[in-house]
Write a protein that binds this ligand. Structure first.
Ligand code: ZN
Length: 159
């Protein structure tokens, strides 16, 4: 079972590695994806990056209306000019939440768990989740960007 790392931890501050299609379809990677989905659900999160479970690869999982999806090598290709306030928490920074400015709309490219390239659009909460998780892949935490941090629990998005 995967354990979610808590800041401070050097893996949370690492730039994670891109994966080739061959690496993605490898059964070991498929198992990691399955276990990341389980870890995300057990923690009641709506997104999780591999770095958060100690794996420095560019893999994220996102819980969506149609079920959890994995995205590999995700990157933003275009975004709205407009930035909006996102109220966020992070499974790796428990007991803290904050306001982060995020792009309202993004376009991104990623590979799915079969290694196929896909293009996506995201807006609102889903756009915030992608931006938060992609930051994790570059060793960036929301507390680095937050304009205001508050202690305590709040009904906010745990990513
Ligand atoms: Zn997070």
């Amino acid at each position: 079972m995967l354990t979610i790392l808590i800041e401070p931890n050097s893996i949370l501050r690492t730039r994670c590695q891109e994966m080739t299609r061959e690496e993605i379809i490898n059964p070991a990677t498929q198992k990691i994806i399955e276990e990341m989905i389980i870890a995300m659900r057990q923690a009641n999160g709506i997104g999780l990056a591999a770095a958060q479970v100690g794996i420095a690869k560019r893999i994220i999982v996102v819980d969506q209306a149609d079920g959890p999806q994995a995205y590999i090598n995700p990157h933003v290709t275009d975004h709205s000019k407009q930035m909006v306030e996102s109220e966020e928490g992070c499974l790796s920074v428990p007991g803290v939440w904050g306001i982060v400015k995020r792009f309202k709309k993004i376009r991104l490219k990623a590979r799915d768990r079969q290694g196929r390239l896909q293009q996506l659009k995201a807006t609102g909460l889903l756009a915030f989740v992608f931006q938060h998780e992609i930051d994790h892949l570059d060793g960036i935490l929301f507390i680095d960007k937050a304009e205001r941090l508050e202690k305590g629990d709040k009904a906010t998005s745990e990513l």
